[in-house]
Design a protein around this ligand. Structure first.
Ligand code: NDP
Length: 337
């Protein structure tokens, strides 16, 4: 697979370029809105080509684009890539509105290109083990999920995320969207409503939330509680799935590396569950993407998954703004908040 990077981003440099090379793919160039930054980024990351023109980048001889610009740019760039016949791996959130996410999905289908959303957490062997335990009925019927995803942002990421609502900053588009995908993945259920409180605990006046707490309902009646934050340095992450017959407790599961542990609790007895091979989360996603292009299988997280997680994030934002529970059906009729 020959990749073009749309966006001279941190995530591409720190995770995706190494992962692309590790799975045997080639990264041929980068597009940035600044020609100087594109040239510097290409030089630092060993890329042959650099441009500040999306049209130029899409004319290069490549199979696929990886879009990791700031969030407000994803949809437009994905539409352009699809129109040029490039397969699309897009960062989350897939778009800023449900209508735009739908347009991206439709354009990729119409142009017969693969669309995937880079929800990496579902690629963690720990998270897949949890899903397998749930599917095998080890905890009976799921009645509750708790997600602890409150962290502290490294200094290098303290830019638009903390200051720019127009770029899609804030913890909901950054972290809650991943929680939403992970909950859907491990339970196989859809979120039906979201009630959220979002606030700036740091009180820096930036206009974006650095903390969000959500209560969600799932089809079938289970509840989900998520705590997401940029300002909690010491908590560590956790994912718990509670059922009628037992609970699954996973420490360190909501992360970028293949770490974490899984404990199955039944009848008052805790058992450590082996998780198998701990492959790099981004490489797992890229291998699934490559297979989707070459054999037509589904990518790890599809465009529809990206739309679903976006709709849940939008419901959280709407609930926090309006102080009321928001039904997912309200979002999915195309409300463009
Ligand atoms: P960055 O801030 O590193 O990059 C985003 C954009 O900011 C770049 O495209 C670039 O624009 C611009 N930019 C970067 N550095 C500078 C600079 N020094 N001066 C001016 N502009 C700059 O963001 P992230 O890599 O953290 O996030 C990018 C996307 O990836 C987001 O959508 C985010 O949600 C997603 N993400 C996903 C993760 C995952 O694990 N799935 C993890 C982290 C992020 P230009 O291209 O025009 O140069």
């Amino acid at each position: 697979m020959r990749w073009v990077l749309i966006g001279a981003s941190d995530i591409a440099a720190t995770r995706m370029i190494p992962a692309m090379r590790a799975v045997g793919d080639e990264v041929i160039g980068v597009m940035s809105s600044s020609s100087e930054r594109a040239a510097k980024y290409a030089s630092e990351n060993g890329l042959e080509r650099a441009t500040d023109s999306l049209d130029d980048a899409l004319a290069w001889d490549a199979d696929a684009v990886y879009i990791s610009t700031t969030n407000q740019l994803h949809a437009g760039q994905a539409l352009a890539a699809a129109a040029h016949g490039r397969h699309v791996l897009c960062e989350k959130p897939l778009a800023m509105t449900v209508a735009d996410a739908r347009a991206v999905i439709e354009a990729c289908a119409a142009n017969n290109v693969v669309l995937a959303t880079n929800h990496h957490i579902r690629n963690n062997a720990v998270v897949r083990t949890i899903r397998d335990l749930v599917n095998a009925g080890e905890i009976g019927e799921v009645v509750a999920v708790r997600v602890q995803h409150a962290v502290s942002l490294p200094d290098r990421l303290r830019g638009w995320r903390l200051s720019d609502p127009a770029a899609g900053g804030g913890v909901i588009f950054d972290i809650t969207v991943h929680d939403a995908d992970t909950v859907r993945f491990v339970t196989g259920r859809e979120v039906t409503s979201v009630t959220a409180v979002a606030t700036s605990v740091s009180g820096d006046g930036s206009g974006v939330e650095d903390t969000a707490v959500c209560v969600m309902t799932l089809d079938g009646g289970a509840v989900v509680i998520t705590h997401d934050s940029f300002v909690v340095p010491h908590a560590g992450t956790a994912l718990e799935v509670h059922g009628t017959e037992g609970s699954i407790l996973a420490a360190g599961a909501m992360v970028q590396d293949p770490t974490g542990s899984v404990t199955l609790r039944r009848g008052g007895v805790d058992t450590d569950v082996p998780v198998g091979e701990r492959a790099d989360l981004y490489q797992v996603g890229l291998r699934a993407f490559d297979a989707a292009v070459t054999t037509g299988t589904a990518p790890s997280a599809t465009g529809a998954d990206g739309l679903a997680s976006l709709a849940i994030a939008l419901a959280a934002r709407a609930s926090a703004a309006d102080g009321r529970p928001v039904e997912l059906s309200e979002m999915l009729v195309g409300a463009a908040r």
